[in-house]
Design a protein around this ligand. Structure first.
Ligand SMILES: Nc1ncnc2c1ncn2[C@@H]1O[C@H](COP(=O)(O)OP(=O)(O)OP(=O)(O)O)[C@@H](O)[C@H]1O
Length: 270
C-alpha cells in the first residue's frame, strides 16, 4: 500500500509518435507540497493532464491512495496557467463558479466564498469585474475559486507565470502563508526554481523529452518560511544544484531519487 495520495508509476506517453514522457515515477504525499521543474516542452503539463484524466498514459499506472485513479473516489482542483476568470461575471461569482458547477445554488455558493475575500486580499472587490482588478488580484481570485472547491488536492499549472516579478513574489509569499495554514496537498508545475524552493517540500526535476525524473530534492527549509529564508545557505545551495541539474542533465549519473551531495540539503529516504 502506497503512502502517497497520488502516484505515477512508470508512465510513458507519446503524441503522434513523439515520445514525451519516457518513464516517469513520482508521488505526492498527503499534505505535501511538491513541485515539478523541467525544460519547456518536457511534458510537465502532460503529467497534470494524466491526473485530471484528460489524457491516458500509454503504459504505467496512475494511483490515488494506492488504487487505480479511475476507480478511486477523488477530486482535484485545477488552476491553469492563465487565470481564466469569466469577464462577464463579478469576482464573487467567478470565485463561486466551481461550487455552482458542483450543484450549489448561486446564493449558497456566494455565501460560501464571501468570508474568504478578506484573507485573499480581495475584500471590497467582490462586485468588481475581472478587468477592474490587477493581475495579482485576478490570480488570487482564481486561486480562491480553486481552493474553495472541496478537493483532495490542488494541481497548479504555472499559475504565476504571467505576473510581473514583484506581484509574483508577493503572491508566492502569500501562498506560502496560506499553505502553511491549510496544508493542502499540492502539485505545482513551474519554470521558476526559486518559486519551487520557496513553496515546496520536495521538487522533481524532469529531463528534456522523453522526460524522466533526473533528480528529486527535499527542501530543508523550516516552515513557516519568509522570503529572507531564500537567502540562507541551504536555500542557495539547493537552488544552485537544481539549476545545475537543469543546465547539465547529462552530468547526472545517479538517477535514483537522491538527496544532495552538499551538507546543507537533507538525504531523501526512498
Ligand atoms: N494533445 C497533444 N497532441 C499533440 N502533442 C501534444 C499534446 N499535448 C502536448 N503535446 C506536446 O507534448 C510536449 C509536452 O507538452 P507539455 O505541455 O506537457 O510540456 P510542458 O513541459 O508543460 O511545456 P511548457 O513548460 O512549455 O509549458 C510538447 O511538445 C507538446 O507540443
Amino acid at each position: 500500500m502506497s503512502d502517497k495520495m497520488v502516484e505515477l508509476r512508470n508512465i510513458a506517453k507519446s503524441f503522434d509518435g513523439m515520445q514525451v514522457l519516457g518513464d516517469i515515477s513520482l508521488g505526492v504525499g498527503n499534505g505535501e507540497f511538491v513541485s515539478i521543474v523541467g525544460p519547456s516542452g518536457s511534458g510537465k503539463s502532460t503529467v497534470l493532464r494524466l491526473l485530471t484524466q484528460s489524457l491516458r498514459p500509454d503504459s504505467g499506472s496512475v494511483l490515488f491512495n494506492g488504487a487505480p485513479l479511475e476507480e478511486a473516489p477523488h477530486s482535484f482542483a485545477f488552476m491553469p496557467q492563465r487565470d481564466a476568470l469569466m469577464p462577464w461575471r463579478r469576482i464573487i461569482d467567478n470565485a463561486a463558479l466551481g461550487l455552482e458547477v458542483k450543484g450549489k445554488s448561486r446564493r449558497a455558493a456566494r455565501a460560501a466564498v464571501a468570508p474568504l475575500f478578506e484573507r485573499f486580499g480581495l475584500a471590497g472587490f467582490e462586485h468588481h469585474y475581472p478587468s477592474e482588478l490587477s493581475g495579482g488580484m485576478r490570480q488570487r481570485a482564481a486561486l480562491l475559486r480553486t481552493v474553495v472547491q472541496t478537493q483532495d488536492m490542488l494541481l497548479l499549472d504555472e499559475p504565476f507565470g504571467a505576473l510581473d516579478a514583484l506581484t509574483r513574489t508577493q503572491i508566492q509569499e502569500w501562498l506560502q502563508g496560506m499553505w502553511t495554514e491549510h496544508r493542502w496537498t499540492a502539485l505545482l508545475i513551474t519554470h521558476d526554481v526559486r518559486e519551487a524552493v520557496f513553496l515546496s517540500d520536495r521538487i522533481y526535476v524532469l529531463s528534456a523529452r522523453p522526460a524522466r525524473i533526473i533528480r528529486e530534492f527535499r527542501v530543508p527549509l523550516p516552515r513557516p518560511r519568509s522570503l529572507a529564508d531564500l537567502g540562507s545557505p541551504a536555500a542557495q545551495a539547493i537552488e544552485t544544484e537544481i539549476l545545475q541539474t537543469l543546465l547539465h542533465p547529462l552530468e547526472q549519473d545517479d538517477l535514483r531519487p537522491v538527496g544532495l551531495k552538499s551538507a546543507s540539503c537533507s538525504e531523501l529516504k526512498s
